[in-house]
Design a protein around this ligand. Structure first.
Ligand code: PMT
Length: 221
């Protein structure tokens, strides 16, 4: 039985990948399964926290003992995070959020014109939720944790992203065949705004989740 070191705490976790609709049948999305976020939610609940899990398009069973909020798009995820973060001790953003969405939503299915080249898809920027909640903490001492999935120069990109986003901790995971998106396992380095670096060896997503909560718990109170 784990230490109930998060008892009396409210934590918000995001999981999954947003889908940005193009028309009633198509969307721009990503390969996030939600497994890492659900592992964070389960482990926080086991450590005694009240957990709000904001889930975007994850095909996973509802975790027991967790308040589940389901969303589709980045805008919906933002609204749910801002609402839940009000009284949260920590917010952990494991979701893969689309940076851009189609500028126009076609209310009817976009048709293929046999005699025409395909039209380019115009995109507009989505709000950066992690940067927003880091800049305007809903309560003093709130701990904000981001994730970054990178393919190259992982630590350099991670350090730059941590500064840009303004969060307390950034979990940097390298995209690979048997880790990050869709896998049961992960491997990461957790960067702290205080300059700390905590490597987490290859293993189940629960193990990375436990390390994240260890680092969060150490920064609370
Ligand atoms: O779901 P799984 O299959 O288990 O996979 C887990 C994971 C790989 C999705 C997860 O471990 C992970 O790395 N999530 C972040 C994915 C990512 O690429 O994030 P990013 O580098 O685009 O964004 C960095 C951070 O900013 C993230 O915390 C993200 O939630 C946040 N963000 C991004 C864009 C945006 N518009 N708003 C945001 O808040």
């Amino acid at each position: 039985v784990p230490e109930p070191d998060l008892a009396g705490r409210h934590v918000v976790v995001t999981a999954g990948g947003t889908r940005e609709p193009l028309d009633p049948v198509r969307f721009l999305g990503n390969r996030s399964s939600g497994k890492q976020g659900y592992a964070l939610a389960r482990t926080a609940a086991a450590r005694g926290a009240r957990v709000t899990l904001i889930s975007a398009n994850a095909a996973l069973p509802d975790p027991a003992g967790v308040d589940l909020v389901t969303v589709g798009t980045a805008e919906e995820l933002r609204a749910a995070v801002l609402k839940a973060a009000g009284d949260a001790d920590a917010v952990v953003m494991a979701a893969a959020v689309a940076d851009f969405r189609p500028a126009v939503y076609a209310t009817g299915k976009i048709k293929k014109q046999d005699d025409q080249e395909p039209a380019p898809i115009a995109l507009v920027r989505n709000p950066d939720i992690l940067a927003e909640i880091s800049a305007r903490r809903a309560r003093p001492g709130q701990i904000v944790v981001g994730f970054a999935a990178e393919t190259d120069d992982v630590l350099a990109h991670g350090r730059a992203k941590l500064r840009r986003k303004g969060c307390d901790l950034l979990v940097v995971n390298e995209v690979g065949e048997r880790k990050t998106f869709g896998a049961e396992e992960n491997e990461a380095v957790v960067l702290g705004a205080d300059g700390s670096e905590t490597p987490v060896p290859y293993g189940p997503k629960e193990a990375l989740a436990e390390t994240v909560w260890d680092l969060v718990a150490a920064r609370l109170d």
